[in-house]
Design a protein. Sequence first.
Length: 420
Amino acid sequence: MLLCALGINHKTAPVAIRERVVFGPDRHRDALRELRGLDGVAEAAIISTCNRTELYYGTEQDDERGVIEWLGRFHSLDTESLSPYVYFHRDDEAVRHLLRVASGLDSMILGEPQILGQVKQAYQQANDAETLGQVLGRLFQHTFSVAKQVRTETAIGSSPVSMAFAAVSLAKQILGDLSDQSALLIGAGETIELAARHLKESGLGNVIVANRSVDRARLLAAEFNGYAIGLDEIPAHLHEADIVIASTAAPNTVLNRPEVEKAIKKRKHRPVFMVDLAVPRDIAADVGKLEDVYLYTVDDLQEVVQEGLRTRQEAAEQAEDIIGNQVSHFMGWLRIMRGAETIRAYRQQAETTRDDLLAKARRQLAAGHPTDEVIEQLANTLTNKLIHAPCISMRQAFEQDHVEIIDTARVLLNIPDSHS
């Protein structure tokens, strides 16, 4: 059985294509069972995110066209429209691809950790749908172990490579434990959402989301057990915030020096960490001149991000070495599994020969033939039958000077080298 991976991702397809092949939660189980029901497909799993849709499956047919056609049919796309964006890997390259995906080496942001959770979800969905077999089940478990090893033994996820991550990393350096801290997030776009996620992962105590659209702010705040306010309410709540991160599309500053001065007095001069990720600025530049305020801008964080990228690139090289070794380990196991069928067939053949000859010997004994004569005939006939096919093959190999076959025969049959 071949192990295959087929998919599209952010590197091969635009979002207009990617969004059309997403498997929603309501159709995931049906898709898994349909995929496994294709001719030759024995087991299947599907990873589906905003950045990638990937099918992992075991099959007896070395031809991906049927799977591409099914993927198109399922999403009402013709094959010609889909094919240019599809990549296909088999066996060791399929294994390598999944290990790289789970370790964050194939993500838009190098080393991002969210994808591992998505791979685990894909495994659970396939397990629930009963579409996993021995090979894919083993592969996913192996993948989780390798991803953990990469995270443990390299710095792939430890360095900031986005402005939001850099901002939160700097907050932890300055404020230490964030569990007793409160954050005011100004804006509700992608950058603020990412900052909120990093703050939550860092154990932040409380969050306030301020936005021009309070409804949008409520959606984001609810996700992180916080509360929402309008931009005009910021002065009334600013003193509550130990951390302020701003990223809006406002044409003018949202936070000015007099408002911050009043908040500092209410805080009895407890320090405030502020990050302005907006261009043009959301926080007036002279706020940074106030005592007890640590204000950083996009330019200040750029060097942190670049250093983080360099660190992750170095870690990625180490991760590739780990993955290379682990691909070899898994493929060794897979080859053993594939060889087991041949070994079973060979053993069955020998056992059938033995049983036939044993039955014949028993009939001869029952007919009164001498015991020694029957035993000797059984031994000679069994030996001749077991070695006949290997001897014919070796004779042909010697005749045609197939050295590799001869050497392999010596190893398999444990024949000592006559020259040694």
